[in-house]
Write a protein that binds this ligand. Sequence first.
Ligand code: C2E
Ligand code: C2E
Ligand code: C2E
Length: 91
Amino acid sequence: GGAAEPPPKLVLDLERLATLPSEKAGPLQRYTATIQSQRGDYNGKVLSIRQDDLRTLAVIYDQSPSVLTEQLISWGVLVADARRAVQAEES
Ligand code: C2E
Ligand code: C2E
Ligand code: C2E
């Protein structure tokens, strides 16, 4: 114990994301594909994204960032620890 841990990064599981039906995951699949293309980062199994991008995705999905985070955790795209990244933002 001791020093406070920094908030965790938002790390998306791209292999899991690719298995999800596009009816629900389509917007997120297109968004992450755009980030990969902008970075030239095509071969990763995971993708670290910006806090700002989660906010943008929440607008796209018409949900709050914390509700979207719960959905991404339930899809298996984010680990449960990602909750702390969003709480740190909203508190
Ligand atoms: P930019 O935002 O002007 O960033 C230029 C470069 O600064 C990036 O080149 C990257 O090397 C570095 N950089 C900026 N912010 C961060 C950061 O939070 N962490 C790290 N590790 N590096 C950072 P890169 O990666 O080739 O990206 C080129 C451009 O693509 C970026 O220009 C930005 O416009 C866009 N982009 C890349 N990744 C993302 C992303 O996750 N979200 C958004 N919204 N745009 C992104
Ligand atoms: P980390 O951030 O905990 O990432 C661990 C590993 O997850 C990375 O190992 C990489 O295999 C994968 N990973 C995480 N985010 C991404 C992503 O957006 N794209 C891809 N393709 N893979 C990702 P790696 O590359 O050996 O990096 C080890 C550690 O080095 C990272 O741990 C991080 O602490 C640091 N690091 C690597 N690249 C950057 C960077 O661009 N910016 C910063 N700030 N740290 C970096
Ligand atoms: P990271 O590289 O470890 O950066 C952690 C935080 O430091 C970022 O959180 C951001 O607040 C700040 N930061 C780092 N580099 C820059 C920079 O060049 N410009 C600015 N304005 N801030 C910077 P954030 O934005 O939530 O990003 C989380 C993670 O997403 C980053 O961790 C990195 O792994 C990835 N990422 C974000 N944007 C980019 C990007 O443009 N290119 C690449 N390759 N990775 C990015």
